[in-house]
Design a protein around this ligand. Structure first.
Ligand code: WAQ
Ligand code: MG
Length: 262
């Protein structure tokens, strides 16, 4: 992609040192004001609580921006927490993640106060990066890709900011070959759809991955390397923009999903 005219804008909100919310994006100079407004409003009116500290930072991007495709997206039809967890496990197990690693991941993100960033585990379950985890930043979407994504998500009734932001983040993360899969559960009490990403599946939205009113959540990246220094550098510092949108499918029964591995 062309040399950068972009700025990275990041927001982190906390109360008594506990994570409440965060946001990050890449935008052009003329859009900075609008984004600042949006992020400040988000920080101050979050369902997880009122922050006592909000940090917003703006950094000019100096590295060339890498353009990538979004992961293909679909939603699996899970009707309760048990079938949601089972489907997440089936996808992860079929991608070579051990049962021990999956259990460890669910414990990390559903049994304690949310961490600001993602945990990193190897496929055997060893924790390579613990709290506060890594915050993926410098992620965005081109205007053209954004309007294509809007059209595709509208057709399946899920054209909202949360899906778009999660798909952008997950697409940057999964692009690295050492990342075998990702598991995400929102920490918002009112949002119960999570997702898993993995080769052959893309970005799979999983309804009811947690019970409503549950304020825990988080992200785990499963990797097949021991040394994660290159990955951390990429996640934090490489500017990436989604410039092409892959297929966005509607709702699939779990069995069809497992049989239609791409
Ligand atoms: N980098 C690393 N980890 C992050 C980041 C980031 N930029 N942003 C959030 N997290 C971690 C952090 O631990 C949060 O507690 C956790 O993820 C959940 O974040 O298709 O809303 O913003 O319907 O609550 C996914 C499904 C929604 C969307 C994800 O996550 C869909 C969501 P939240
Ligand atoms: Mg949240």
């Amino acid at each position: 992609m062309s040399r950068s005219r972009y700025y990275s804008v990041r927001m982190r909100a906390s109360a008594n040192g506990k994570h409440i919310s965060g946001a990050e994006g890449l935008c052009k100079k003329e859009d900075i004001k609008g984004i600042l407004h949006e992020y400040a409003a988000r920080a101050l009116s979050h369902e997880r609580g009122k922050p006592d500290e909000v940090r917003i930072s703006i950094d000019k991007i100096v590295l060339p921006v890498k353009g990538i495709s979004s992961l293909p997206l679909c939603t699996v039809r899970t009707l309760n927490t048990a079938s949601a967890r089972k489907t997440a496990c089936d996808i992860l197990r079929s991608s070579g993640i051990s049962a021990k690693a999956i259990d460890a991941a669910f414990s990390l993100i559903t049994e304690r106060e949310p961490s600001a960033g993602a945990f990193i585990l190897d496929t055997g379950g060893k924790i390579l990066l613990n709290e506060p985890g890594v915050r993926v930043t410098k992620i965005g979407i081109t205007e053209n890709a954004s309007s294509v994504l809007k059209e595709k998500l509208s057709l399946i009734g899920i054209n909202n900011q949360r899906v778009k932001e999660a798909l952008i983040l997950a697409s940057k993360v999964k692009r690295r070959k050492e990342v075998v899969a990702e598991l995400c559960v929102s920490d918002d009490p009112g949002y119960t759809t999570g997702y898993v990403t993995a080769d052959g599946f893309g970005y799979v939205r999983i309804p009811h991955i947690k019970r409503r009113s549950f304020a825990f959540g988080g992200r785990v990246f499963f990797v097949n390397v021991k040394d994660i220094s290159g990955l951390l550098e990429y996640l934090k510092n490489q500017p990436v923009m989604i410039s092409r949108i892959s297929e966005c499918r509607g709702v699939l029964p779990p069995r069809d999903l497992m049989n239609s591995k791409l």
